[in-house]
Design a protein around this ligand. Sequence first.
Ligand SMILES: Cc1cc2nc3c(=O)[nH]c(=O)nc-3n(C[C@H](O)[C@H](O)[C@H](O)COP(=O)(O)OP(=O)(O)OC[C@H]3O[C@@H](n4cnc5c(N)ncnc54)[C@H](O)[C@@H]3O)c2cc1C
Length: 355
Amino acid sequence: MIPFEYKSPSSLDVAQLSLDHHQVMALGGGTTLLDLMKLNVLQPRQLVHVKPLLNDHVEVVDGKLVIGAGCTMAKLADSDPIKKNFPALRQSLILAASPQIRNMATIGGNLLQRTRSTYFRHPDMPDDALQGEHDALSASGVDTTYLAVLGNDGRLVGTYPGDFAVALVAFDGSILVKGREGQRTIKAREFYKTPRGHQTQYSTQLDEGELISHVTIPVGSAEEFDDVTQQSFYLKIRERSSYAFALVSIAAGLSLEGDSPNDEQTIVDARIAIGGLASIPWHSAAAESALIGKKASDETFRAASEAALAEARPPVGTQYKVLMAKRAMIRALQILRDEGKFDDERLWAMQHGRA
Ligand SMILES: Cc1cc2nc3c(=O)[nH]c(=O)nc-3n(C[C@H](O)[C@H](O)[C@H](O)COP(=O)(O)OP(=O)(O)OC[C@H]3O[C@@H](n4cnc5c(N)ncnc54)[C@H](O)[C@@H]3O)c2cc1C
């Protein structure tokens, strides 16, 4: 770790003036940033502590859930609106990291974590090291666990590791950024950009001097969230049942109409995003259109999962992720159809292999 300067400015206006996201970086909870600095992957000369300056409230205003970027993952997961009405969002938070990290980490910082692939985190690895054909990989000894199979443009790129952003993208959230020129709102589905040319990691729409100040998600009224938000679920598959990143995750919401049996009901609205499979949180418009207007049958769910993975280009050693993602999507949709709201007790049992 190289020496750096720590700044604790008195206002956000002062903080954002100097930020360039390379030499001068925002410090939220520090749970990712300091790791990367210890590895010398990032070498900022200055950290600007923004966490104490950022709003940390969670409220519903004009049909939108509004989350201050300084809110911790733990506080957001335990906030009333999320606990009562938004299972997928809560699950994406409580299945991430550890209680200690969730108590420190901010929502702003969580959205901007870098890929966890060991290969991509190595400071001696030039950005263009993974150019070339997929097949060359089998001889290279690279750990393929966190390589993207969607949106990789036939190249080797790392996966986006976060969970919350997958739910944010599924439920069409927006990211509010504050910069020298004022504020702007960016759709979460457009915020992340897949790597181009020689890049091996995602980039974002965030410009120099800009900070994430809030996150919003359309949810309906404060008393009664939209069906598709209430009937939502986040399924996370990982190598061990806690403290691990997703191999595959599915954020899903379903709004159904009609009487039982469940598979005779019609899907009036659907939300689908996939984690662990692409270099960005992956919104699947293809899966959503394969669901909306159809009967909520296993056959429809299978068709949606096929549509979602149709463009997959798995590098050698990652083909299993395609099958895993299809099965996870079908399972998440079946849970939503057959069990409706999923309480915490059942969630823990399932995630720990006991249900
Ligand atoms: C062992 C381990 C396991 C983990 N497991 C998971 C997991 O399963 N799922 C998951 O989702 N996450 C996981 N995490 C990641 C964790 O959630 C993130 O480290 C955390 O959310 C980052 O938040 P932070 O506030 O600490 O960010 P920081 O480390 O402070 O910052 C991260 C990045 O965001 C920038 N930044 C911070 N705040 C802002 C802002 N407001 N505006 C602009 N830029 C900003 C920083 O400059 C930096 O580039 C894990 C982390 C560890 C160490």
